[in-house]
Structure formats: structure tokens, C-alpha cells
Design a protein around this ligand. Structure first.
Ligand code: R5P
Length: 294
């Protein structure tokens, strides 16, 4: 097996190659003056099983095209099997027609990757796992929540309350609880499909005087975490932390979250940023090792 670290996940891809003790294929990539992407493999992939590591956080469209171009280049130059390792899978939230006239964006993305040469895909904490069943190739999601919870445990946060912002994310808090050992629970969130505005309902939870860690798959505008943190404060939580797999942190999300009373945000290198304190490299390497053909 060889790893191709894509331009959006160069460090993560190189780490994965190191963990696996395999070659990281160098890639030349550039952007033309008109904005088009260019890629060229500098190593050989002939008869190799390859894994392209490329996240698709903003700028999503550019990163998706880069991934498709890398897959095309690898297939064209003899790669036997191509696995796309896409820690943050863009467009995964548009997984159904919510309002009449919409596209199912994630299905379009999957078909595009298939045409480019992708044979299978691995992502991390995709918004809804069931969406992967509709992909035109085998696709799996793995969870980084135990790694995030372990990070907090190592820092002495054993017995923190694991909170999910809504019942759809409750399983994330439950997973964290298996590492942290205390209680878990969730709030109730509603999002207006036209304005995108969220409202969060207060619920009675046993957080008084406790440290609470809010777990979510991603932080985009920060509205979800900020609203949940405010409720935790009102319920008497002593300290509130935020943990997410994909720290997109759009605009002033970080500022708003910290202003809502969150002590610290911890994310993974799914989306490289200054809050990406946990690396996905061990998780991805383990998965690739266990699922390597032959
Ligand atoms: C949505 O259901 C997701 O799990 C996240 O809670 C959401 O996308 C976070 O978005 P934001 O940071 O904009 O509230």
C-alpha cells in the first residue's frame, strides 16, 4: 500500500504513511491563475493499492476537485485500488431532499468520485452514517469521539459529564461516556430550514457543579455549541468544554463559543487549525491496516 497525502491533508497523510511504515507518494499541486487546480504524482503507483488522504473542508469544491484529479491520476498510472480517505466529507449534511426542488448533494459527490476512479471511501464521524449506504462503492465512517474523550481523560477530566447538543448526536456523548465514565445526556435542538437559525430547549440534566464537555461532529458557525454552553451555565455547570471532530470554525465561531462560557475547544486534524489538538493518524492507520486487501 502507498499513501498519497492530498494538499488539504498533507501533514495527516504523511503521519498515516509513517504509522503504517509505507511510502508517501509526493504530489505536485498548483492553482492556475484562473483558479483551476493541477496535480501530478511524482512517485509510481503502478499495481499498488493506494489511499489518498484529502479532507474536504472549505474551500470544499476545490478540495473535492483536487481529490477527483488525484484519483484520476492514480488510476491512469496503474493504481490497482484507490481508497479515498476523506476525514471531513463535504456535502454530507445535504443527504436528502429537505425542501422541494433541492439536490441530494452528497450523492452527486459520491458519483463524481466514482467516475474519477475511487473504489472505496473512509470518512470520520460523517453526519449520518446511513448516507454511505447509497454510495456507488463501499464507504465507511469511523469515530474519533473515543480519541477526543481520551484526550480529556489524559488531562484529568475523568468524570466529566458528556453532553450532546441534540438527540441525533446522543450516541457521540454515549461513546465519550464509555471513556470518561460519568453521565451523559443531550439537549433538544431545532433548526429552521429556511433561515438556518437554531433554537435550543433547556432540559433538566445533572450537571450542577460539574465539568461538562459538549461533543459534536462539527462546529461550523458555533451557534450550536454556544447555545448549549449557555444552557449548561444556567444549569450551574462549573466548567464547560467543547470537543468536535471537524473544527470548521467559520467566521467568528471561536470567539462566540468562548464568549458563551466555553473554556477551551478541542478538535482533530480532520480540519487543520490551532484547535486541532488530537490527530486522526492512529485511527485512520489502524483502519487501513485492518482493511488492506491481500
Ligand atoms: C448538525 O446537526 C451538526 O451535528 C452540528 O451540530 C452543526 O452542524 C453545527 O453547526 P453550527 O456550528 O453552525 O451550529
Amino acid at each position: 500500500m502507498k499513501i498519497i497525502p492530498g494538499p488539504a491533508s498533507k501533514q495527516l497523510g504523511e503521519k498515516v504513511a509513517k504509522f503504517l511504515g509505507v511510502e508517501a507518494v509526493p504530489l505536485v499541486f498548483k492553482t492556475y491563475p484562473d483558479g483551476e487546480s493541477y496535480v501530478r504524482l511524482e512517485g509510481t503507483v503502478q499495481n499498488e493499492e493506494v489511499a489518498i488522504v484529502q479532507t474536504t473542508s472549505p474551500p470544499q469544491d476545490t478540495r473535492l476537485i483536487q481529490l477527483a484529479l488525484i484519483a484520476d491520476a492514480a488510476k491512469r498510472h496503474g493504481a490497482e485500488k484507490i481508497t479515498a480517505v476523506v476525514p471531513y466529507l463535504a456535502y454530507a449534511r445535504q443527504d436528502k431532499v429537505f425542501l422541494q426542488g433541492e439536490a441530494i448533494s452528497i450523492e452527486t459527490v459520491a458519483r463524481m468520485l466514482k467516475v474519477a476512479g475511487v473504489d472505496s471511501l473512509i470518512t470520520v464521524n460523517v453526519h449520518q452514517a446511513k448516507v454511505l449506504a447509497k454510495f456507488p462503492f463501499p464507504a465507511k465512517t469511523i469515530s474519533a469521539i473515543p480519541l477526543l474523550a481520551e484526550h480529556f481523560k489524559q488531562k484529568g477530566f475523568e468524570k466529566a459529564f458528556a453532553l450532546a447538543p441534540d438527540d441525533g448526536a446522543l450516541w457521540l456523548a454515549e461513546e465519550a461516556k464509555t471513556v470518561l465514565g460519568d453521565e451523559c445526556g443531550c439537549l433538544e435542538k431545532h433548526r429552521d430550514l429556511y433561515t438556518g437559525q437554531i433554537t435550543m430547549k433547556k432540559k433538566t440534566l445533572n450537571v450542577y457543579g460539574k465539568t461538562v464537555i459538549i461533543f459534536d461532529d462539527l462546529i461550523s458557525t458555533g451557534d450550536t455549541i454556544a447555545s448549549a454552553a449557555k444552557i449548561m451555565r444556567e444549569l450551574g455547570a462549573d466548567k464547560v468544554y467543547a470537543a468536535c471532530v471537524h473544527p470548521l470554525l467559520i467566521g467568528d465561531a471561536e470567539k462566540r463559543i468562548l464568549e458563551s462560557g466555553v473554556e477551551e475547544i478541542v478538535g482533530t486534524d480532520s480540519v487543520p487549525s490551532h484547535v486541532s489538538k488530537v490527530s486522526l493518524a492512529p485511527l485512520i492507520s489502524k483502519f487501513l491496516k485492518e482493511h488492506k486487501s491481500g
